[in-house]
Design a protein around this ligand. Structure first.
Ligand SMILES: O=C(O)CCC(=O)C(=O)O
Ligand SMILES: [Fe+2]
Length: 354
């Protein structure tokens, strides 16, 4: 049996049990160390399809447009909800939801999707040299552009972040690096978590060299701390289809992708429903309504109760439901295939209670 050290580093460990997607060791690794790399969570067909769709959608490596793409996010090009069923299938995959619920120790219906965005990262022979370049990133935590607040203490995480690698690691390189946490007194995880560009009054700088030059000038007292983070980081060795599960308070960074290649990654975050201060990173789901194909409405009408819950749709027990809303939602979604029985039954039960 692999220990947590080996589990968290380098190679992914496979998901083998259909009913229980993550092993206790994988869950323990994420909860203690802040990250775990797993394989085999998603159907090959969906992952292969998504890779092809991304290759068709984004500029080919080596072209001018690719060279100009140096930041993260797809700016709406490939995010949730998508007209591609395979994209939504991966984001709302029941085994993924179960895995995230196990990490956060909540029910699936207590999760909320707050990010699902696929973007390319291109390898270049030369660094463009701008402070926002994402090739060789400064070590950082992700909470500042997900949360309006500060992460909660380590033992009560509010969200699971993840990267699904849709490229071959041997060809593309660029494995993410992270610092595995070593217990409550680990100096790398000192409190509060503010010693990174972009936090407080510090400028946001993405490029490692530029960020460390800037910090040496404006906040030299944190250089020993940040050197420790770089010394302690471990770069993962991902394969196509591997999933890195990490946290908003895990120190990590992106590494350069091999020149002439392009690494695709789907970036997903699920938060606890109660953590409203964790923002949805891109445009709200309902903005995709009115499309001719009705892909959003059909997805809402046909997905499971848990999948609807993670999108924020009122659950059967919600106060939202009354005779009028039952009739209204049935009128909107019934013809698209929504089964209203869980909502009508829960409503009847509620009315029967004294
Ligand atoms: O690209 C990577 O491997 C990591 C990206 C990352 O950490 C970020 O953009 O915040
Ligand atoms: Fe990050």
């Amino acid at each position: 049996m692999a220990n947590n050290e080996t589990l968290s580093r380098l190679k992914a460990t496979p998901v083998t049990d259909l009913a229980q997607p993550l092993t206790a060791a994988q869950i323990g690794c994420w909860q203690k160390e802040g990250a775990v790399l797993v394989s085999n969570l998603f159907p090959d067909n969906d992952v292969n399809f998504l890779h092809q769709a991304a290759s068709d959608r984004f500029p080919q490596p080596g072209t001018l447009n690719a060279d100009e793409t140096q930041d993260f996010g797809s700016a709406g090009a490939m995010n949730f909800p998508s007209e591609l069923a395979e994209f939504n299938n991966i984001v709302l995959n029941p085994r993924l939801l179960q895995a995230v619920a196990a990490l956060l120790e909540v029910k699936v219906s207590e999760l909320r999707l707050s990010q699902a965005d696929l973007w390319p990262k291109y390898g270049r022979a030369q660094k463009p040299g701008t402070s926002l370049d994402n090739s060789d990133q400064r070590i950082h935590v992700d909470y500042p552009n997900h949360s309006l607040a500060h992460p909660t203490p380590w033992s009560r995480p509010e969200a699971v972040e993840m990267m699904l690698y849709l490229s071959d690691g041997k060809t593309c390189g660029g494995g993410t690096a992270y610092v595995a946490r070593r217990g409550d007194s680990d100096p790398a995880y000192r409190w509060p978590i503010v010693d990174s560009p972009g936090i407080g009054t510090l400028d946001y700088v993405n490029d490692r060299t530029k960020a460390e030059e800037y910090l040496a000038r404006v906040k030299p007292q944190i250089s020993t701390f940040r050197s420790l983070l770089y010394e302690r980081e471990t770069q993962i060795d991902y394969d196509f289809g591997d999933l890195l599960l990490y946290r908003h308070d895990t120190w990590h960074r992106g590494n350069p992708v091999n020149p002439g290649t392009c690494r695709f990654a789907l970036n997903v975050t699920y938060r606890k429903a109660s953590a409203e201060w964790i923002s949805t990173l891109h445009i709200g789901w309902a903005w995709s309504a009115y499309h001719k194909s009705k892909f959003l409405e059909r997805l809402i009408a046909t997905c499971t109760l848990d999948q609807r819950a993670v999108l924020g749709f009122p659950q059967p027990q919600s106060d939202y439901w009354c005779d009028e809303t039952l009739a209204g939602v049935a009128a909107r979604y019934g013809a698209l295939g929504m089964d209203m029985r869980p909502y009508t039954q829960a409503h009847k039960m509620r009315n029967r209670q004294p």
